[in-house]
Design a protein around this ligand. Sequence first.
Ligand SMILES: *Cc1c(COP(=O)(O)O)cnc(C)c1O
Length: 366
Amino acid sequence: MLMKKRKMNRKLNFNAGPGALPAEVLQQAAAAVVEYNNSGLSILEISHRGTAFANIIEESKQLVRELCELDEDYEILWMHGGGRMQFCMIPMNFLGKDDFAGYIDSDHWSHSAMEYAKFYGNVQVLASSADDRYNHLPSWPEFIPAHLSYLHYTSNNTIYGSQWQTVPKCNVPLIADMSSDIFCSKRDYKNCDMFYAAVQKNVGAAGVTLVVIRKDMLQRIKRSLPSMLDYKAQANENSILNTAPVFAIYTALLTLRWTKAQGIDSLEKENRQKAHILYEEVERNSLFNLYVQNKEDRSLMNVCFTAIDPATEKGFLKFCEERNISGVKGHRSLGGFRVSLYNAVTMQATEQLVTAMKEYEHSVSI
Ligand SMILES: *Cc1c(COP(=O)(O)O)cnc(C)c1O
């Protein structure tokens, strides 16, 4: 190889998405770009219809089943187009022109999913915290009308930092956007009829979306659709209807292997510890204000806060940069800071950030 070796100064990465990946996943993915499994070919060069890739798809599906404790009742698909493409495909497939779908409006993403649905049918908002700029979760609806084609919600609100701690049972098909918190804790995935995750937060590299869908949902498809946009056609072709994003799916497989090796229980334990020390510090620190005040609504994955004195905002970002801490700037719609604590973010990195917050407070007050 022509590349010169240089020791990389790896930053502490708190980016919201694409987010941090485990170092060993990056090394394995890099090695596969040079040569995949002694095949004499790069992972970027192998056929999506060959045996090697068929094995990658099979193992990845098996791992998703294991990690979510699902049986053969569910199809596991790898889809193009990111989370937003699912915002379109869900109503295209499951919402007839005169039908109603329920949406829980708890953040920018869930709101956006609902706006896409309006192209295809009627939307009923069953709960919303939009009037409070999403600084808490809305109350889960006590009554869910039986005529709804489905109920859609976002399990973790990536931009504002709130999260539903459990997956509720539902009397109509329940569809969850789990893009930013899949595999962060043990949960009843079976309560969902469909869930999906754009993988660039907790499962891999951008370019593919994991879609898990109960087989009986495929009988509920309302329209005749071009095969690329039809869940049943995608399931029949095992996600290789067209050229699959081979590398993105392979990176997801590497992350799934890593996730299984850690164990969801131990990841959850560490995620709780990371979130705990960070929330504690934001609350203690005289410079910052936490965005989501209700303890039970707070996200384990995205911690959002603002500078009490806006003059210190830039200063803290610069302070972080000087300490090799990256990705703490808040989303453009909220400003302030957002720290993402995805599975691959270590306790040690979180502790270093907490230390930087204390040191910054000290440097400002002298
Ligand atoms: C990041 C994110 C998405 C968007 O995914 P894209 O792949 O950028 O379309 C959707 N939903 C949630 C909850 C997210 O965090």
